[in-house]
Write a protein that binds this ligand. Structure first.
Ligand SMILES: Cc1cc2nc3c(=O)[nH]c(=O)nc-3n(C[C@H](O)[C@H](O)[C@H](O)COP(=O)(O)O)c2cc1C
Length: 208
């Protein structure tokens, strides 16, 4: 079983990438083969709304990185997508990628029944993480993917998924911030569990 992580951060290798790496480590422990890609390594032109993909499962834009990304998504059994929160939303780069994924969806739902997961990272404590995560989950389910949870068997808390924050505390009107997601135990635990759960779900669907 292969799990592909896609980082939509405009900063390669930072907090969102770190969270995705922890998801992948959790999946590898459960036997998955993994790959992390950074969308900033690819040229992604914006959708021009030509609607070619309504009648044919292809995009009229051929001269950028999307062809390679389509192949990577199609050959993966599971896809975990990550974004920093930008104005309570996903990044512009990731939104372009999401729009350009339409040819995989309109004629044949090519990603149907793959296992999906999502992670988000934000600066603030209530910085829009839940909204951004919901946008990513809606993208995944829009493609027919089955979302894995980030919960463990003994958890009694409810979580909508792995959400990181730089926020540490506030005192005397001043905010203190973590150095990075490596200091965010709650987010990292959530990521590890999401990775393990994606692998378990894939195994239960018969993927070795
Ligand atoms: C354009 C822009 C908009 C942002 N909007 C928000 C926001 O709405 N809420 C928030 O908590 N943090 C916001 N941030 C902070 C990022 O979410 C935060 O720095 C995050 O850790 C970046 O992830 P990265 O380390 O993977 O790049 C914003 C950052 C940028 C550059």
């Amino acid at each position: 079983m292969k799990i592909l992580a896609i980082n939509g951060s405009h900063r390669k290798g930072k907090n969102t990438a770190e969270m995705l790496k922890v998801v992948l480590a959790g999946a590898e422990n459960a036997g998955a083969e993994t790959e992390l890609i950074e969308l900033m390594d690819y040229e992604i032109k914006e959708c021009i709304s030509c609607n070619k993909c309504l009648s044919k499962a292809e995009c009229s834009i051929k001269d950028d990185g999307m062809e390679e990304l389509y192949e990577k998504m199609l050959s993966a059994d599971g896809i975990v997508i990550g974004s920093p929160v930008y104005f309570s939303n996903v990044t512009g780069r990731l939104k372009d990628f999401i729009d350009r994924s339409r040819p995989l969806h309109m004629v044949t739902n090519a990603l149907d029944s793959k296992v999906g997961g999502a992670v988000v990272h934000a600066g603030l404590r209530n910085g829009g993480q839940e909204l951004a995560l919901q946008i990513l989950h809606t993208f995944l389910t829009g493609h027919g993917m089955i979302i894995a949870s980030d919960r463990g068997p003994k958890d009694n808390i409810v979580s909508t998924g792995p959400m990181g924050t730089m926020f540490e505390s506030q005192a005397d009107g001043r905010m203190r911030f973590k150095k990075g997601v490596s200091e965010d135990e709650v987010a990292l635990l959530s990521c590890r569990r999401l990775g393990a759960n994606m692998a378990v779900l894939l195994q239960s669907l018969g993927k070795e």
